[in-house]
Design a protein around this ligand. Structure first.
Ligand code: DHB
Ligand code: FE
Length: 283
């Protein structure tokens, strides 16, 4: 049977992608941030999943004001890299996992999560930057990917409660899939950041660190945090963090912390990164 073996949370700052693409990761500005991912890059070499379900948001790159699904799942064989205005990032296209993705779509929709099914999708920095942070610059991404897009850019966003429950439903669905697959769930975005308006540049590291503590130990408390608190305390784009709740919900009640990292600032963003594994013996 398929099994969820780990969850990864990471910011997906577009400037981080640009630093990798322009070989500037050793610059004084960037080096301390990339050092926090050195552990992760070696960890994933021995813990590489067959499939990574990457929970991310499209930043009105492929979707737009015309169409903005609340939750959408990519079931295609592959996904091209989206042109976000400067040409697509020079990274490999993303190989899908259509059989598991189709199973997930069926299971989750019948479990009352009304996912939009995407037979075509181009993925933006929200999905490709986490791949680059974990895998560096390979010719081909080492794992298959199921993109799970969440609307966090346009009101109304899904509630934290809905996100945590979706994670739990993903766990049930994966465990029902009749193939021995090592599956990880990645939650992307965050942490505190605001990229426009009078409070542009807002970063709230103590709030971010408390969010991480709670995500690890008491995610059920976090699920009731209102969107307004994310926006007030973590900036208007800080609400991307609801996507981490989906990852956490997929790991079961108790988790072990394998790696934890914070860095401030990267572009306008407080960078946060976690590797968590389901606690042994936890059902
Ligand atoms: C920035 C961060 C993001 O997560 C994003 O999607 C866009 C911009 C930033 O810090 O500039
Ligand atoms: Fe973002």
């Amino acid at each position: 049977m398929a099994k969820i073996t780990a969850g990864i949370a990471t910011s997906h700052v577009p400037a981080v992608g640009a630093a990798i693409d322009m070989a500037r990761t050793d610059d004084d500005y960037w080096k301390p941030m990339f050092q926090g991912y050195e552990f992760s890059k070696s960890w994933i070499k021995t813990n590489n999943p067959d499939v990574a379900i990457i929970v991310y948001n499209d930043h009105a790159s492929y979707f737009g004001m015309e169409i903005m699904p609340t939750f959408a799942i990519g079931v295609a064989e592959s996904f091209e890299v989206c042109d976000e205005g400067y040409g697509p990032r020079p990274v490999p296209s993303v190989e899908g996992a259509p059989e598991l993705a189709t199973h997930l779509a069926a299971s989750l929709i019948l479990d009352d999560f009304d996912l939009t099914v995407l037979n075509v999708l181009e993925v933006d920095h929200g999905l490709t930057v986490p791949l680059s942070l974990m895998y560096g610059t390979p010719d081909k991404w080492p794992s298959k990917v199921i993109p799970l897009a969440v609307n966090v850019v346009m009101y109304p966003q899904p509630s934290g409660e809905r996100c945590l429950s979706l994670g739990k439903a993903i766990r049930r669905a994966v465990e029902e899939f009749d193939e021995d697959l090592n599956v990880q769930v990645w939650g992307t975005g965050g942490m505190s950041h605001q990229i426009q308006g009078a409070r542009a540049g807002l970063i709230n590291l103590p709030w971010d660190q408390k969010f991480m503590d709670d995500l690890i130990d008491q995610p059920e408390v976090l699920q009731y945090k209102p969107h307004l608190e994310y926006m007030r305390e973590a900036g208007s784009e800080g609400v991307e963090l609801i996507m981490w709740l989906i990852m956490r919900g997929a790991l079961g009640d108790k988790v072990d912390e394998v790696h934890r990292f914070n860095h401030v600032p990267a572009s306008n963003t407080s960078v946060g990164h976690l590797i968590l594994t389901p606690k042994e013996g936890d059902a």
